[in-house]
Design a protein. Structure first.
Length: 264
């Protein structure tokens, strides 16, 4: 296990998910700045989820076809720029554009980072993946407090200051990944050899039973409904605490901090 590189990947995961986790905390400020309805506010979350989650298989396909380590620093940097600048643009349309761009950065980072984490974890892949996952959970938890603190201290127009950690981590990834390219390529070759051996073994074994589409569809439906409920709840927590309970914005971000650190 390459502990240093694994730690950097986990920090990259933490930083990327800080920006994704910051979006719900931004909603009350954006709603006031652009005079949005609740439907328009929810559209921001919809765009974020589509761009950051649903398109991830496409980036996963690209990551499987070739070793594209540049997706990781690019993903962190784009997420930092897009999410923080969405709070300082002059129109709602530009806000939607920037949240789309930032969320595509989130989507670009994850598949290649998961692949790289597996390769650098050596003979301890479960431990490596657990460390990487903790980074993401911590990022989701920290994100709301991080962006709310900046806005309350310096104002909404200064939200761009929040991009600095993301740009620093992106620079660190750009600096650290090339020297480790041989390790990652070696891991890729080993993985390819393992797959070839598995293919050879499969040719000499009986055919596998068909995929149980019924139970699989039920499982996917349960996961989708669970995620639907969680996203809806976390997206409206800051607005609920401010608009209906009369609490200051920081209270909503603290609630998101507690919720965001739970396993996803």
């Amino acid at each position: 296990m390459n502990s240093r590189l694994l730690t950097l990947l986990a920090v990259g995961h933490l930083t990327t998910d800080i920006y994704q986790g910051a979006v719900p905390a931004l909603l009350p400020f954006l709603k006031d700045a652009y005079r949005l309805s609740y439907t328009q506010t929810a559209t921001i979350v919809l765009v974020m989820q589509v761009a950051s989650s649903i398109v991830q298989p496409l980036f996963g396909y690209f990551a499987d076809r070739a070793h594209r380590t540049w997706l990781m620093p690019a993903g962190v940097g784009i997420a930092a720029l897009g999410i923080t600048l969405m709070a300082v643009v002059p129109s709602y349309a530009l806000c939607l554009l920037l949240v789309t761009i930032g969320s595509l950065g989130v989507a670009a980072f994850h598949p290649q980072a998961y692949k790289s984490t597996h390769l650098v974890s050596g003979d301890r892949p479960a431990t490596g993946m657990a460390i990487f996952a903790v980074g993401g959970n911590a990022g989701h938890a920290i994100g709301p407090v991080f962006i709310t603190s900046i806005i309350l201290a310096f104002g909404l127009q200064s939200a761009y200051l929040g991009m600095l950690p993301g740009l620093l981590v992106a620079a660190a990834l750009l600096w650290a990944l090339p020297p480790n390219r041989r390790l990652l390529l070696h891991g890729s070759a080993a993985s390819a050899g393992t797959r070839s051996q598995q293919t050879a073994d499969a040719a000499s074994t009986p055919a596998r039973p068909p995929i149980p589409w019924g139970p699989l569809t039920l499982l996917l439906t349960i996961v989708a409904v669970r995620s639907w409920g969680q996203v809806a709840l976390t997206s409206y927590i800051p607005l609920f605490y401010r608009d209906y309970l009369g609490e200051p914005p920081f209270v909503g971000s603290i609630v998101l901090l507690v919720n965001g650190g739970s396993p996803r």
